[in-house]
Design a protein around this ligand. Structure first.
Ligand code: CMC
Length: 423
């Protein structure tokens, strides 16, 4: 894995560090022995130059706008595959044969119900609770209901927990939604696909069944594929960090959900749609003002310095869904106009700010009938597959250690305690 060295000179002493090669992408300097040999740490807030692990799941080339899962381009997966197949690919490493796929789909389907007592737990939330707060709570609570899959040293239990998480997320997400509406929970139906079942659990009521439109089912499935994994982003790193201490998978995924909620991450899709169209010019002006911390939601990415490949698929899907729903959403036209302004504006060009996945997803979800506060929940549902796959990869990695960064201490040096009466 290593064929060249990086030389570092510290206080006149020259030290060699191996440079490791991945299969593709930037090489990394192996500094694991840096502290032991020099007494120095590296400083990298936000981990902009730090590889925290090795991983065979997802590859991103941010400059070229490339996203591959296990080598397969995201556009091919979004157009030709299904979310369940991508889940299998991420979890198991290869695309399944028909037989393997049928078995996997059956397994996931047979885990879609949640323990009935969970409904009582969920009803303890205030009706006006944000569904992401409900998700943080109920997903963490799964560890109190499924003790037989929390021993992380047992590969079989890890697999069962992974299947449970992927299978139960749609049920819990739909329950959070139904609860916010004051409608009864809808139980899963195993004769439907993963995605059709989810849409039905969200939109059917006991008085009237919901017939899932195949175009909407496909659009939802594509949204799930586009959000399934994204290498070491903030929430995935959170899941890995939580898992590195040996915490159970349900608790780790709850930690990932908490991180995803922030507007700089998954919460951006909700924030993007909360920008009223008439204020777009003012928003662009604010985004460009150096003295204003305002950010244009749905634009920019830590890794992509080119068009987010997921946003391209999303734009086409948004058009299809609006047509099927017969919705003439002015937001879509505004979004396209905004995209054109930004793509030609000096500020956005210079800073390489392109629309990201969250720019169009909100338009699709709102046309389907989801309120904005459900958008991040849907992101969490899909990303659970990636989180679980990354968590499994980490636990099985013989080089895995508890995640424990160091710091550059800038506080007071040692001093003596002064009793309160003498201060
Ligand atoms: N609007 C205006 N200016 C921006 C924006 C934006 N959306 N994003 C970055 N910039 C500017 C920023 O002010 C900075 O300028 P300067 O160099 O003069 O200080 C420069 O571009 C680089 O930004 P940064 O903050 O150093 O970049 P980062 O990698 O730390 O942040 C980001 C990435 C996604 C947090 C940021 O672009 C952002 O806040 N975007 C809006 C929120 C959003 O849409 N998030 C969804 C990300 S995609 C879905 C997901 O994976 O979560």
């Amino acid at each position: 894995m290593s064929d060249s060295k990086a030389k570092l000179t510290i206080d006149g002493k020259e030290l060699d560090y191996s440079i490791l090669n991945g299969s593709v992408g930037p090489r990394v300097i192996d500094i694991r022995k840096l502290y032991a040999t020099t007494g120095l740490f590296t400083y990298d807030p936000g981990f902009t130059s730090t590889a925290s692990c090795d991983s065979a799941l997802t590859y991103i080339d941010g400059d070229a706008g490339v996203l591959l899962h296990r080598g397969y381009p995201i556009s091919q997966l979004a157009e030709q595959s299904t979310f369940m197949e991508v889940a299998y690919l991420l979890l198991r490493g290869e695309l399944p044969t028909r037989e393997e796929f049928t078995k996997f789909e059956n397994t996931i389907t047979r885990h879609t119900m949640v323990h009935e007592q969970l409904t009582a737990f969920l009803r303890g939330f205030r009706r006006d609770a944000h569904p992401m707060s409900v998700m943080c709570g109920v997903v963490g609570a799964l560890s109190a209901f499924y003790h037989d899959s929390t021993d992380i040293t047992d590969p079989y239990q890890r697999m069962v927990a992974s299947h449970r998480l992927v299978a139960k997320m749609p049920t819990l997400a739909a329950m959070a939604y139904k609860y916010s509406l004051g409608q009864p929970f809808v139980y899963p139906r195993n004769d439907l696909s993963y995605t059709a079942n989810f849409l039905r659990m969200c939109f059917s009521v006991p008085a009237e069944d919901y017939v899932v439109d195949p175009v909407l089912e496909r659009a939802m499935d594509k949204i799930f594929i586009l959000h399934a994994d994204h290498e070491q982003n903030a929430s995935t790193s959170t899941v890995r960090l939580a898992g590195s201490s040996g915490a159970n998978p349900f608790a780790c995924i709850a930690a990932g959900i908490a991180c995803l909620w922030g507007p700089a991450h998954g919460g951006a899709n909700e924030a993007a749609l909360n920008m009223p169209p008439e204020r777009i010019p003012a928003y662009i002006a604010r985004a460009k003002n150096k003295d204003d911390p305002f950010r244009l939601m749905g634009f920019g990415h830590r890794v992509y310095k080119n068009y987010d490949p997921r946003a391209k698929v999303m734009q086409a899907t948004a058009k299809e869904v609006l047509e099927v729903m017969g919705v003439d959403d002015p937001i879509f036209d505004v979004a396209r106009e905004l995209e054109q302004i930004a793509l030609h504006d000096d500020y956005f060009v210079e800073k390489k700010l392109y629309p990201n996945v969250d720019f169009y997803s909100g338009i699709i979800l709102s046309a389907m009938g989801f309120p904005t506060d459900m958008f991040t929940v849907l992101f969490a549902l899909a990303r659970t597959v990636g989180w679980v796959a990354q968590w499994n990869e980490m636990i099985s990695d013989p080089e895995q250690k508890i995640g424990r960064p160091r710091q550059l201490y800038t506080g007071p040096t040692q001093r003596d305690y002064v009793p309160i009466g003498q201060r």
